[in-house]
Ligand binder design. Sequence first.
Ligand code: IPD
Ligand code: CA
Ligand code: CA
Ligand code: CA
Length: 259
Amino acid sequence: ELLELALAAALEAGRLAADGQAGIRVLDTKSSPTDVVTAMDRAAEEQIRRRLLGARPGDAWLGEEGGEEAGTSGVRWIVDPIDGTVNYLYGRREWAVSIAAEVDGEIVAGVVAAPALGETFTATRGGGASVNGEPLRAPGAVALDMALVGTGFGYEARRRAHQAAVLATVLPRVRDIRRVGAAALDLCDLARGRINGYYERGTNAWDWGAAALVAAEAGVRVGGLRGAGPGSDLVIAAVPGLFEELHDLLEPLGADTDG
Ligand code: IPD
Ligand code: CA
Ligand code: CA
Ligand code: CA
């Protein structure tokens, strides 16, 4: 029931955003001049919020643009109305609406809808993951030096300088790097074998909440450092075997709050 509602809301917001992509401009900036917001980021989140909280008024809310709101039902919606805003702004296709439903602190359902790509990813905890209704299973591990690894960069200059230094260590050790520009799509790509691994520092639950469930249900291990869960300090994802190799490469490189 939570999945159905999330799916309907994500598809509806995806249509709104797809229809409004041409001619979109920067409305505002947040943490840095490159951390942009468009009118559609706000309009899409507002539409999703009306739809979800209209149907379930007791639920809590965490949205990238709309902030946090407490609830009474034990269910919390974690929403990124447009993951990949810079792609959206440039008329690119790699952006997605991401909606996760959390029950008592655990994500139980997730939808990542990428209308410009014609791809909708869904997952429920214990119920598997799918893309456009087809079951998803991540392919087996490859060695780190044969792995295509996705990553992303935060918006603040200090954080980026550290991320560039980490990348300088990672790049010579892997097949190649991809920077798609939407963390949710990185994790969904991993679930279907379009990359082998992913890591990023400084993301938030709205970026990866839904997509981490898609990836996990497709057999991908999603975590943080030293047995921790995925978090804003670090998200690492890969199938078991490669996950450990990627973890051990990243673990000594420090957090970007250090740099
Ligand atoms: C960003 C994208 C990007 C990632 C950034 C995120 P936004 O989200 O997911 O790929 O590298 O860390 O902030 O701002 O486009 O929703
Ligand atoms: Ca995002
Ligand atoms: Ca966003
Ligand atoms: Ca943003």
